[in-house]
Design a protein around this ligand. Structure first.
Ligand code: C5P
Length: 287
């Protein structure tokens, strides 16, 4: 049996550059895996079968099953695998858990089934499963461009301590498509936030919280009407530089250090809110 951790991500910088002729949007983003992970277990079997500890995700439509079937179809592999997903990452929050699970499934079954596909071949398959999936083939810190399929691994950043705040309205159907459809030309930027963050990483060896940015912050309150309450709750307990995680509705704030992050999360938890302390996670894996 193979056991893999499947990390969540945050977009430290997320810019939308414009709409493409194919209906997708052109992105420029610095994406980072974090130390909040699901666990996936894989065992050889005759057929593909799947079980998940979260009942709402325990379906044959799960991206894990789609990833396994896609790998079978494209390689002609005749066998299967029994897959168990222990879910810990809040889902439908923008943390990329489902995309991570799909990428890890491609990586793990490539090994279990002895297929010897390269990172770039796996990333090509990942793109067919969703725009966020190719990043997780590489993990750690990466520059993500195009609709999400162009992934350039970057030097791992020094550890950043983050507070995540999960509002109760996660798992909105069709959330990502809806959010993209609300963007107007005035929301588009030209990559300057990513350039500044990359320059900072080159010169100072890190990305300061003041350089973090997310285009979707601009339309967050119209998309998630009660989000303002959660945003204000973070501010009230001393969090600064608050952003959506991906297309939300999870919020994150980069703290000065671990104890600062813990103090913020404890204050939020005392208010009855769902908050986690997490940190950036540099681990990268082989196919
Ligand atoms: O690729 P994925 O299926 O995750 O995308 C969901 C939806 O988000 C797409 O149908 C599209 O409407 C929108 N999207 C976009 N541009 C991207 C990624 C996603 O417009 N780069």
């Amino acid at each position: 049996m193979l056991e893999y951790t499947s990390p969540a991500k945050v977009n430290l910088v997320l810019e939308v550059l414009g709409k493409r002729p194919d209906g997708y949007h052109e992105l420029k983003s610095i994406v980072q895996t974090i130390d909040l992970c699901d666990t996936l277990y894989f065992e050889l079997a005759e057929e593909v079968s799947f079980q998940c500890t979260e009942p709402a995700l325990n379906t044959s439509q799960n991206l894990v099953v789609r990833a396994a079937n896609l790998l079978k179809q494209t390689t002609g592999y005749g066998g299967g695998a029994k897959v168990l997903l222990e879910k810990r990452i809040p889902w439908g929050a923008g943390l990329g858990g489902g995309s991570s699970n799909a990428a890890i499934t491609l990586i793990a079954l490539n090994r279990l089934w002895g297929l010897n596909l390269s990172h770039s071949e796996l990333a090509g398959l990942a793109t067919r499963l969703g725009s966020d999936v190719p990043f997780f083939i590489y993990g750690s810190t990466a520059l993500v461009e195009g609709r999400g399929e162009k992934v350039t691994p970057l030097d791992a950043l020094p550890t950043i301590w983050l507070v995540l705040l999960i509002p109760p309205f996660t798992g909105m159907p069709d959330k990502t498509r809806r959010l993209f459809s609300l963007l107007k030309p005035e929301h588009y930027t030209s990559g300057e936030f990513v350039s500044k963050a990359l320059e900072s990483q080159r010169k100072q060896g890190g990305i300061a919280p003041s350089l973090m940015f997310n285009t979707f912050d601009k339309i967050a309150f119209e998309t998630f009407p009660s989000l303002e309450y959660y945003w204000n709750a973070l501010q009230e307990v001393g969090a600064t530089y608050i952003h959506l995680v991906g297309s939300g509705p999870c919020l994150f704030s980069a703290a000065d250090n671990r104890s600062h992050a813990e103090a913020i999360a404890t204050s939020l938890t005392k208010k009855g809110l769902k908050a986690f302390v997490t940190s950036t996670k540099p681990a990268r894996r082989d196919p």
